[in-house]
Each structure stands twice: as structure tokens, then as C-alpha cells.
Design a binder for this molecule. Structure first.
Ligand code: ADP
Ligand code: MG
Length: 619
């Protein structure tokens, strides 16, 4: 007898489950896709314990008959394709008939469903893929699937799960991605009994972005509308001045399916070349529509990667569409888009009280400020601080005498006229480096220093940034924090919200006292003393995205968080600085303590007398 056998169905299901069902987030993605394919206009995702013990997805779609409901759990059972030809132009999200078989084989699953027009529905229970109960059920039209105890029968897989926070954050990302793929569907996400996201389903992409990705992201978007004979590109990209710290905000969709696409990402980023600072990344929600036959969606188990028959033209299309959007920033059409921003629909994530809305607080109509420059926005959000300025001034005066300018402490570079008075001030640098003279500052950016026979130019921001960063990395003193007289409120993107709440203790050590303010918003009661008011929320958002990148864990995110903090706490190029502080800073640079900013750019450059003589033909 031969030794080659066809595996029994329950084993082949388990093998398929290994490909399709990687973690709770993949279950949620598959179930949401089924709801969308079923024509739902509203769906709800609910999880407990990061989705490991409980996932529920309910929809108001077409439902299934009792007979179909049982068949649906069989491997390769699908209503979406019938012939080989159908594979060439797939119009639905699912088509392989694998998800329900795979999910139910590694969990305890319940399905409750009723078709439109039928009087009763059916409730089916499965355990490890076997149907264990079936009863008629009174239930609403549509389908509810509950998945409990994921991987209870595959302990090896269970071991690979991260903690609940990380799993929940992956679920949330899946919900966000799917919600953004279909703005005509209202998607609700409940975690641990709390609603964390709710999109309106009004088919206005911007409203969907607002509720799925948060206000901060939605504030700085440029509309994209571009087409050629093969492809239509639409959606939104971030303005070049609103670059993010990582690529987590790049969302691409092809014919309504969320995809990862290196080609599209490259086209997007290329369009920002020269208009966005290096180390910053654009965010986007870009929908591509092309003929179903121009793309193969059957190349990846979770269908998150697709193959274009003309890969290069997709890169070009994204590049040109985004470039066009960037070039038209501020044009009248752009303004129109901005003004359209949720006037009628209210973000459920936004708390009811109006005082946290900067626009309203400033007495401006809702939406009128959306396209204002970042600087103006910061100005409007600037409010006085506690403790009283008297104390602060005193501390500042004392710190100026005692502390080198690298502490995240109330010693800040005060705007007291940056002009050097021209006095020849020689100073001894800390490390007994040769005497030097600060000649002055130019362009409110570069410090000019003379030292023996050298001319040295120092980038004041880069140098200070490095000092602050090193100090944070050394982990010496706690960051000086101060209480805000008017606490800042912040409505982060839902995953950022979760990351900050989970790490409240760690962010306190960074100088932020934040509390849950309900409805997905946070209130910031204390912030590091050296951060401008207008920078508090941007900094928190960078911290949150660093935390997300590090899998919700402070230790793996520390480096990039310190980089963000150092950048925000450092003196700013283009702003006035106190000559005394510049002198102290020059001393630290000349002592050799800092050479490169945390991003690797040099902080100083020098010209020897010899070099200058050569330039002027003296040598
Ligand atoms: P696929 O989506 O690839 O067809 P699935 O295993 O995900 O495979 O689903 C199998 C079948 O079950 C689907 O083709 C569909 O007919 C039915 N089905 C699954 N989920 C739903 C739902 N939420 N509403 C209606 N029908 C559904
Ligand atoms: Mg499916």
C-alpha cells in the first residue's frame, strides 16, 4: 500500500487556517470582508481580551439560508465564484471559500443568520470545525458570527500571540483599513465594552478618515483626483508640512481592497521628494480603480498583496496623482474640499463638550481654520501656563546661570532679541578647549564662532537637539514637567489613543500627565516644561506612533521617542535666541561633546584660516 494519502478535511482546514488565520486581526479582516461582500451598509466588530477570547462581527447584509449557513463552513465553499473564468475578474473581496472553514477549525464559533424575507433565522454552533448544534433562531436580518477561544486546539499557534494590547491594536488597524476601504459602510468597533471607532457610512471618504484616523490626521489633507485611460486615483494625502514619523499612515486600496504595495508606496514617497523633510513620511488614503482583469488578487493567502499586470504604470499613476495634489495645495478646489470637512456629521470620538475644539474655542466657524498654516494654528492654541510666570522667570534666571542648555527644564531660550550686541565676548568652554569668541548668529539659525585660526558655523537647533537627546538617553534626571493652566485636549487616531492610554505611566516619566477624557479623547494636564504649547499635541502624537511602531512597548520605542522629544525641546531655527545661551551651546560643541544631531546631520562645520586664505587668493 502506498504511503501517500489525501489528508482528512479537518487537517487540511487546520493547514489552511495557518495561512489565513494568523491572529485575531486576520479573523476580523476576513469576517468584515464577508459582511461587505454580503452588501451590508452597517457592521459592528466587538472584541474582548485582544480578540483571543471573543470576537463578534455583526452585519445587516443579505444573510444566509439555514442550508447555506452549514455549507459555508466547508472548505472551498463559496457563493462568489462559479467557474475558472470568474477568477480572472474578481469583484468581491472573498472568493476562495476558505475563511469560515479555517476560522471555525481553530475556535469555538457561533453563526446566527437570517436572509431578507425569511421569518426565522438559524443558529449554528461549531467547535474545532465540527457542527455541534443547530437551532432555529429569532434574529435580525443579516449575519452575526462570534468566534471564541481562538487557537484553543492549536497550542503551538497560541504561543505566538502577543499580549492583548498588541493583538487589540492589530485588530484596530484591520478595522481602520477595512473601514477606509468602504466609506459607504458604517463600521463600528467596540473593545472591552467601549466604542473606539464609528464611521458614518455616508460615502464621504473624508468623513470616514476623520472618524477612523482621528482629527489630527484629517486636518492636513490634500485631495487627490486623477485619472488616465487605465486607472483612476482618488483620495487624500498629507500636506508636505504634515509629514509623519513613520509609514503607518500609508493606506492603499485597489478596487475596494486594502493592499500592501511597495510600488504604490514608492510612487507616493517619490512625489514628496524635495517637498518633505527627510525622515518624515506622507500619510495617505488612496483608492485606485482599474479593470478587474488588470490586477491579480489571487497571489497571497490573506489577499493583502496583489499583482498588477502593469506594475510600472501603477507607480507612475500614484506618483503623478500625488504630485498633482501637492502642486495644487492651496488652490481654490483644495479650499473647497477643506471647507466640506464634517459640517453635518459629528465624530463619535469627539467628546460632547465644545471647549476642546480649538476652532470653536477661538470663536471661528467649524471648519474655517482647517487649511490654516501650522504656525497660525499653533498661535491660536497657545495659552498661558501654570505655575505663575514669576516662578518660571525666577527658575529661568537661576537655570541660566547654572545649567547648560541641554536640560528639558524650564530654562528655555527666551525671545529677548537674538542680536549679538557685537561685544567681543571670549569664553572658556567646559572642557578646557581653546578660547573662542561667538561672533554672532545669522539667519536665526547658525552661530558664528571664531577659535584660534578657525571659523566655525554651528547649527544651533541640531546641536541643542543632540545635547537634549544625549541627556535623555543617559536617563539622568526626570524630565521637568509643568501643569497646564488650560489643559490641552487631544482626539488621537484610535490606535494612538490606545497606545498612549496603555503607556500612561511611561509617558508620565516623559513629563506628560494624560488622562482618558471619554469618547476616545485624552486630556493633557502636564507637559514637559520645555515644549511649546503648540507642540504638545504633535509631540504626543509622535510618541504614540513610536509606541505603535514598537508594538506598544516603551522600551523598543524609546530611541525614537527621545528623538522626537529632543527635536521639540531644542531651540528652533528661525527663532530668536539668547546670546548667553548660544555661547554656552557653542562651548559644548567646541568641547567635542556633540558632533552629529540625532538624525545624523552634522552640527558644526569649520573653515581654517588656510582654507579662507585660499578662497581669497592670499595663500
Ligand atoms: P469566501 O468569502 O471566499 O466566499 P468564506 O469562507 O469567507 O469564503 O465564506 C463562505 C461563504 O459564506 C461566502 O461565499 C458567503 O456566501 C457566505 N457568507 C460568509 N459570511 C457571510 C455574511 N456575513 N453574510 C452573508 N453570507 C456570508
Ligand atoms: Mg470570505
Amino acid at each position: 500500500m502506498g504511503i501517500v494519502r489525501v489528508l482528512p478535511e479537518h487537517i487540511s482546514n487546520l493547514i489552511a487556517a495557518g495561512e489565513v488565520v494568523e491572529r485575531p486581526a486576520s479573523v476580523v479582516k476576513e469576517l468584515m470582508e464577508n459582511s461587505i461582500d454580503a452588501g451590508a451598509t452597517a457592521l459592528t466588530v466587538e472584541i474582548a481580551d485582544g480578540g483571543m477570547t471573543y470576537i463578534r462581527v455583526s452585519d445587516n447584509g443579505c444573510g444566509m439560508t439555514a442550508e447555506d449557513a452549514e455549507t459555508a463552513f466547508k472548505r472551498h465553499a463559496t457563493s462568489k465564484i462559479g467557474s475558472e473564468n470568474d477568477l480572472e475578474s474578481i469583484g468581491t473581496l472573498g472568493f476562495r471559500g476558505e475563511a469560515l472553514a479555517a476560522i471555525s477549525s481553530v475556535s469555538r464559533t457561533e453563526l446566527m443568520t437570517r436572509t431578507h424575507g425569511e421569518e426565522t433565522g438559524v443558529l449554528i454552533g461549531l467547535e474545532a470545525g465540527e457542527i455541534v448544534s443547530r437551532t432555529p433562531a429569532g434574529c435580525p436580518e443579516g449575519t452575526t458570527i462570534i468566534v471564541r477561544d481562538l487557537f484553543f486546539n492549536t497550542p503551538a499557534r497560541l504561543k505566538f500571540m502577543k499580549n492583548d494590547t498588541a493583538e487589540a491594536s492589530a485588530v484596530l488597524s484591520a478595522v481602520i483599513k477595512t473601514a477606509l476601504s468602504h466609506p459607504e459602510i458604517s463600521a463600528k468597533y467596540i473593545r472591552g465594552g467601549k466604542e473606539e471607532l464609528h464611521t458614518p457610512g455616508d460615502n464621504v471618504l473624508k468623513n470616514c478618515i476623520y472618524s477612523a484616523m482621528g482629527r489630527d490626521f484629517a486636518l492636513n489633507l490634500l485631495p487627490v483626483n486623477w485619472r488616465d485611460e487605465n486607472v483612476n486615483v482618488s483620495g487624500f494625502v498629507t500636506s508636505p508640512r504634515a509629514g509623519r514619523g513613520n509609514r503607518a499612515y500609508e493606506h492603499f486600496f485597489v478596487n475596494g481592497r486594502g493592499v500592501k504595495s511597495p510600488g504604490m508606496a514608492a510612487g507616493l514617497e517619490a512625489a514628496y521628494k524635495n517637498s518633505m523633510m527627510s525622515g518624515r513620511f506622507p500619510g495617505c488614503v488612496l483608492h485606485l480603480e482599474l479593470k478587474a482583469s488588470a490586477v491579480d488578487v489571487n497571489v497571497h493567502p490573506a489577499k493583502t498583496e496583489v499583482k498588477f499586470f502593469a506594475e510600472r504604470s501603477i507607480y507612475d499613476a500614484v506618483y503623478r496623482a500625488v504630485k498633482d495634489a501637492i502642486e495644487h495645495e492651496g488652490s481654490p478646489a483644495d479650499e473647497r474640499e477643506a471647507a466640506e470637512f464634517p459640517a453635518t456629521w459629528k465624530n463619535p470620538n469627539e467628546p460632547a463638550s465644545g471647549f476642546q475644539d480649538t476652532n470653536r474655542r477661538a470663536g471661528l466657524g467649524h471648519g474655517t481654520l482647517l487649511r490654516d498654516s501650522g504656525a497660525d494654528f499653533a498661535r491660536l492654541t497657545r495659552r498661558p501656563l501654570l505655575p505663575g510666570m514669576g516662578i518660571r522667570d525666577r527658575i529661568e534666571a537661576r537655570e541660566k546661570e547654572e545649567t547648560p542648555p541641554d536640560s528639558l527644564s524650564p530654562a528655555r531660550f527666551s525671545p529677548r532679541g537674538g542680536q549679538n550686541d557685537g561685544q567681543l565676548s571670549f569664553a572658556q568652554s567646559d572642557d578646557a578647549a581653546p578660547l573662542f569668541r561667538v561672533v554672532g548668529e545669522v539667519m536665526k539659525t547658525y552661530i558664528i564662532v571664531e577659535q584660534t585660526d578657525k571659523l566655525i558655523l554651528i547649527d544651533k537647533h541640531a546641536a541643542h537637539e543632540r545635547l537634549v537627546y544625549d541627556r535623555l538617553m543617559r536617563g539622568g534626571d526626570a524630565v521637568m514637567s509643568q501643569t497646564l493652566m488650560t489643559p490641552e485636549t487631544y482626539v488621537p487616531a484610535p490606535p494612538e489613543y490606545a497606545a498612549l492610554i496603555e503607556n500612561a505611566e511611561e509617558t508620565l516619566a516623559l513629563g506628560f500627565l494624560i488622562e482618558d477624557f471619554g469618547g476616545g479623547s485624552l486630556i493633557v494636564r502636564q507637559a514637559p516644561a520645555d515644549i511649546d504649547i503648540g507642540e504638545i499635541v504633535p509631540l504626543l502624537s509622535e510618541i504614540a506612533s513610536a509606541l505603535m511602531q514598537g508594538g506598544g512597548d516603551m522600551d523598543s520605542s524609546r530611541k525614537s521617542i527621545y528623538e522626537s522629544m529632543a527635536c521639540k525641546a531644542a531651540v528652533k531655527a528661525g527663532r530668536d535666541s539668547d546670546p548667553e545661551q548660544l555661547k554656552a551651546l557653542a562651548g559644548r560643541v567646541l568641547s567635542g561633546e556633540v558632533r552629529y544631531c540625532p538624525h545624523g546631520r552634522p552640527v558644526a562645520t569649520e573653515f581654517s584660516k588656510q582654507k579662507l586664505d585660499k578662497i581669497f587668493g592670499r595663500a
